[in-house]
Write a protein that binds this ligand. Sequence first.
Ligand code: COA
Length: 178
Amino acid sequence: MIRAAEPADAAQLAALHVAAWRRGCHDILPAAVLTGVTIDRRARDWTRWLASPRTSTYVCEYDGRLLGFTSVGALRANGRPSRSLLGVRMLYVDPDSWRIGIGRALHERTVRAAREGGFTQIVLWVLTRNQRARAFYAALGFEPDRTRHGTLGGHPVDETRYCLGSGSARARLAALVD
Ligand SMILES: CC(C)(COP(=O)(O)OP(=O)(O)OC[C@H]1O[C@@H](n2cnc3c(N)ncnc32)[C@H](O)[C@@H]1OP(=O)(O)O)[C@@H](O)C(=O)NCCC(=O)NCCS
């Protein structure tokens, strides 16, 4: 079942988030960066994120357990929310349930949210070395359109932006700084 997240999901979301992040990035980020983010810290983050009106989170629940989540929200430019560009801030699936279609189901919920909100494109950033995620987004029809350098936990990283949507909206997208 895919449903909107509720405040009571914060603890389960935190545990799932940390587990999927560590497994997904174990060969990409140093161990110190991966272990530096604890479940307690993420539980506090999730309590805050779930209360934010700027993002919507959807979860996949099976038999009372959360198996995945995605958080989406309008991109912001010049302090204002975009009316055309929906950003995927996170999409994580329980590592024991990878490759059975949960990520795709969460993405389909995002597409529905985009349509309902009148957005014309869905955009997101992934670590360039995250080949699993890049294969996943390519399979869903996303295309890479720019790269950037940044840091994560003090560690330098390269990121690639992916977008999905109408070609006519791409020029507006390129002009945005998010
Ligand atoms: C990336 C992630 C969300 C994919 O979720 P998932 O539930 O395993 O994906 P799905 O089962 O819905 O896969 C859909 C399609 O994506 C592609 N895909 C998914 N995982 C893949 C992999 N490891 N290698 C190649 N293609 C892959 C396939 O085409 C797949 O369809 P198929 O299984 O019918 O061939 C999951 O691996 C994850 O949580 N990773 C860690 C967190 C992360 O990196 N998130 C993204 C950045 S925020």
